[in-house]
Ligand binder design. Structure first.
Ligand code: C5P
Length: 213
């Protein structure tokens, strides 16, 4: 069973990379950000305060795989709300089991799993076979995200996207519970000047070494 743990900043390209690696190696893929987004979406829908860690943790305990398919989860406001609910230790604890089980039992069709998020290499899968930490210049990430949001039909300026991204990075890296940081044994991948294909090739070379290919 192979486990690949991918962490990194918002819009660094980690999700695209994770999906490509999962396809290439026949591994199941879990975008763990969607778990936090699903909790945030439920909280917003039920008028539950994002500051209320206990109430949000109750919602987190109810999250199922089918909750993760809603396209609304990809929106900017849900992402920002996800970053707020993810600061609570109770919410993180409630989502721990889902992630751990996915990594350990990805299903018979798969040879293992790829998980991407903020604390996969540090908390969820500290014994992963390989850990990648993906980052890029904030301005380049904001350009990518801006193009993506315009594609979803959102009306937002580049400057606004950049300022939200910096706010999100700051919250994710400075929170008390499982802050975003590279695991000590993570390989750092800076995608500022890399195409999706080039990032994939670089990551593939690292994984091939670990898998003895
Ligand atoms: O990766 P994505 O942008 O979908 O994540 C949304 C938010 O969920 C992040 O900004 C982060 O605060 C939180 N998150 C987290 N731990 C993870 C995945 C996401 O705290 N493993």
């Amino acid at each position: 069973m192979t486990v690949i743990a991918i962490d990194g900043t918002f819009s660094s390209g980690k999700g695209t990379l994770a999906k490509k690696l999962a396809n290439h190696y026949g591994l199941a893929y879990l975008d763990t950000g969607k778990l936090y987004r699903a909790v945030a979406h439920k909280a917003l829908g039920k008028n539950i305060s994002l500051e209320d860690g206990v109430a949000c943790a109750k919602l987190a305990k109810t999250i199922k795989t089918s909750d993760l398919d809603d396209p609304i989860l990809k929106s900017g406001p849900v992402g920002a709300a996800a970053s707020k609910v993810s600061v609570h230790g109770d919410v993180r604890a409630a989502l721990f089991k889902f992630q751990k089980e996915f990594a350990q039992n990805p299903g018979k069709a798969f040879k293992g799993a790829v998980l991407d998020g903020r604390d996969i290499g540090t908390v969820i899968c500290p014994k992963a076979d390989i850990k990648l930490y993906v980052d890029a210049d904030p301005k380049v990430r904001a350009e990518r995200r801006h193009a993506e949001l315009i594609g979803y039909g959102e009306d937002i300026s580049y400057a606004e996207v950049l300022s939200q991204l910096i706010e999100r990075d700051t919250r994710d890296t400075t929170r008390k519970n499982a802050p975003l940081k590279p695991a000590n044994d993570a390989h750092l991948l800076d995608t500022t000047n890399l195409s999706i294909e080039a990032a994939f090739e670089t990551a593939k070379q690292l994984v091939d070494v670990v898998l003895g290919k």
